[in-house]
Design a protein around this ligand. Structure first.
Ligand SMILES: NC(=O)c1ccc[n+]([C@@H]2O[C@H](COP(=O)([O-])OP(=O)(O)OC[C@H]3O[C@@H](n4cnc5c(N)ncnc54)[C@H](OP(=O)(O)O)[C@@H]3O)[C@@H](O)[C@H]2O)c1
Length: 223
C-alpha cells in the first residue's frame, strides 16, 4: 500500500511522513513544488538514515494522489478546497484521510479557537467536495501534534480518534495509525463525529500554551 501525503512539506505532513516511513510504509511526500518536496524528503532521509530511505519519495501533490492508495490531506483550512480541487480527479475509489482542523488562524485569528463550517466539520467538507467521486473520507490525526510526530525517539502517548462512514476504510486507517509506536486508534463512529474530534485540537493547543509544553494529546480511558 502506498500512502500519499498532500502538503507533506508542512509540520503535520512531515511528522506523519517521518513516522510512517520509519515504520516501513511506502510514503509519497507531496507538495505544490517538487523542489520543496525533495528538500523535505532529504531532511527525513537524514533523520532516518536506514532502510527506510527507499520508503519515501518526493512528488507533486497531483502525482502523489495519483499513485497513492491512501491519500492523507495535511494542509491548512484555507488551502483545503484549492488543494482538493487540484487532486480530486485522482481520488476515485481511494481513501482520503482528512487531518484538517478548522482553526481561527485561517481568518487571521487564534489557534486556540475553532471556526464553525457550514458542512459541520472539515472532514465533511472534503466529503461534500468529493461526493461525485467514489472516495471514502476518513477523519484522523487531528489531535496528534506535529511535535509529537517529529519527536521520533519517543513513543506517542496519544489516541488517534478516527471517524468515517465506511467500515473497511476506517479499519485500514486505524491499522495505519497504529504503525506509529504508542498510538492507539479508536473507532469514533460516523464521519459526522469529526465535528467533535476536530474541536478537541484547539483545546490541546490551549493546554500546550498554558503549560508551556508541546506534546498535549488525548487518551480515552475505560474502553
Ligand atoms: N501542526 C500540527 O501540530 C497539527 C496537528 C493536528 C492537525 N493539524 C492540521 O493539519 C493540517 C496541516 O497543518 P500544518 O501545521 O502542517 O500546516 P502548514 O505547515 O501551515 O501547511 C502544510 C502545507 O500545506 C501547503 N499549503 C500551505 N498554505 C497553502 C495554500 N494557501 N495553498 C495551498 N497549499 C498550501 C504547504 O505545502 P506546499 O507549499 O509544499 O505545497 C504547506 O507546507 C492543518 O489543517 C492543521 O490544522 C496540524
Amino acid at each position: 500500500m502506498k500512502v500519499a501525503i498532500i502538503g507533506g512539506t508542512g509540520d503535520q505532513g512531515f511528522g506523519l511522513a517521518l513516522r510512517l516511513a520509519s515504520a516501513g510504509e511506502k510514503v509519497l511526500l507531496g507538495s505544490r513544488d517538487i523542489k520543496k518536496a525533495e528538500n523535505t524528503t532529504n531532511v527525513i532521509h537524514n533523520m532516518l538514515k536506514g532502510e527506510e530511505l527507499e520508503c519515501i519519495q518526493a512528488m507533486t501533490n497531483e502525482d502523489a494522489a495519483s499513485e497513492g492508495d491512501v491519500v492523507i490531506l495535511t494542509v491548512p483550512l484555507q488551502a483545503q478546497k484549492i488543494t482538493l480541487n487540484s487532486i480530486k480527479d485522482h481520488l476515485n475509489g481511494k481513501i482520503l484521510v482528512d487531518a484538517t482542523v478548522p482553526l481561527e488562524t485561517c481568518l487571521g485569528g487564534s489557534s486556540t479557537r475553532y471556526v464553525d463550517l457550514w458542512e459541520g466539520s472539515a472532514a465533511e467538507r472534503s466529503a461534500e467536495m468529493l461526493k461525485d467521486k467514489e472516495t471514502r473520507v476518513v477523519s484522523a490525526f487531528n489531535n496528534i501534534s506535529a511535535s509529537s510526530l517529529t519527536n521520533i525517539k519517543e513513543e506517542i502517548k496519544c489516541d488517534c480518534l478516527i471517524s468515517g462512514d465506511d467500515v473497511e476504510s476506517k479499519e485500514i486507517v486505524m491499522a495505519l495509525a497504529e504503525k506509529i509506536p504508542g498510538v492507539r486508534a479508536i473507532d469514533c463512529g460516523p464521519l459526522e463525529n469529526a465535528r467533535i474530534v476536530e474541536k478537541i485540537t484547539p483545546l490541546l493547543i490551549n493546554l500546550n500554551i498554558r503549560n508551556k509544553i508541546r506534546l498535549a494529546g488525548i487518551r480515552i480511558t475505560g474502553l
